[in-house]
Design a protein. Sequence first.
Length: 328
Amino acid sequence: MDKGQFAILRFAKYKGLEISNIEAHNERTKEKYASNPDVDTNRSKNNFHIIQPTDKYRAMSEALIKQYDCPRVRSDSVRIVETLITASPEFFKGKKKSEIRGFFEHAVDFLKQELGEDRLISAVVHMDEKTPHMHVSFVPITQDGRLSAKLILGNRKTLTAWQDRYWKHMVSKYPELERGESASKTGREHIPPRIFKQAANLNKQAKRIHELLADTNPFRARKNAAELDKLLRSFIPDYGRFSTKARLYEQTIKDLQADKSRLEGEKEELQVDLKAANDKVKSRKLDEAQLKADLYNLQRQMEKIPPELIAMYTGKSANRERGLANEM
């Protein structure tokens, strides 16, 4: 068996405006993906559906909730659960598109058995990023007709059981797959890949901001000021939204930073030796070391931006949002 070929299943819960955001990402309805630089829109034509949505995610969820006459549905109830299904990059090497489709179809069969086919509203495979992966969106309605993501996903022990059942289903057809570490064993909640991608993208922006702040050439002053203003107008509110999301995974991020700090003693630079990281932090993907560094770097970069500058652009962002609200 090849090392490191893991079957991966992750869940994330969504409600309210978040639903339209994940729909735009999953169905590739946005023109640009600034928060996810890994998306290669030139390859998006290779994406495909296992389950094609018939309407907007929110509309489909509301229709299903009405169909099942779910009791005690609150305005802040979770209406969509997104399941990320993929495998280690090594698993997909050399596979034809038909073989990749077969893998994801087999995974969807598992969710149909577990949840009921009518709860699944979309299953789309992304071939336009580094590793093929599938986003399956479902409405968390229990077998007795209640809307409850909590009952379906349960606690950490329940999620471990989900992982066990999923691995048994997948390994029956793909015996080379290993079961990944569960949160109950690692003591960590899963951080969605988009959090890391946003961190990497924000790091690039922060680096450019510092370059502009450090440039004292008077001949470039006007041009630099315009670029800096444009960058800060987007960076400050984007960082604020990122920080809000990151707080949900505060303990996990602290664990990642602790790992990063231990490895950091071996090098003066913030870049981690990926080979050394792989030797010392077993059962971790090679690129996770870089992701840890990105999170660490981003916090350090923010500390270097003058607080009064952050306050000024936070105020600009807030005023602009209030202005837009007044126009609506």
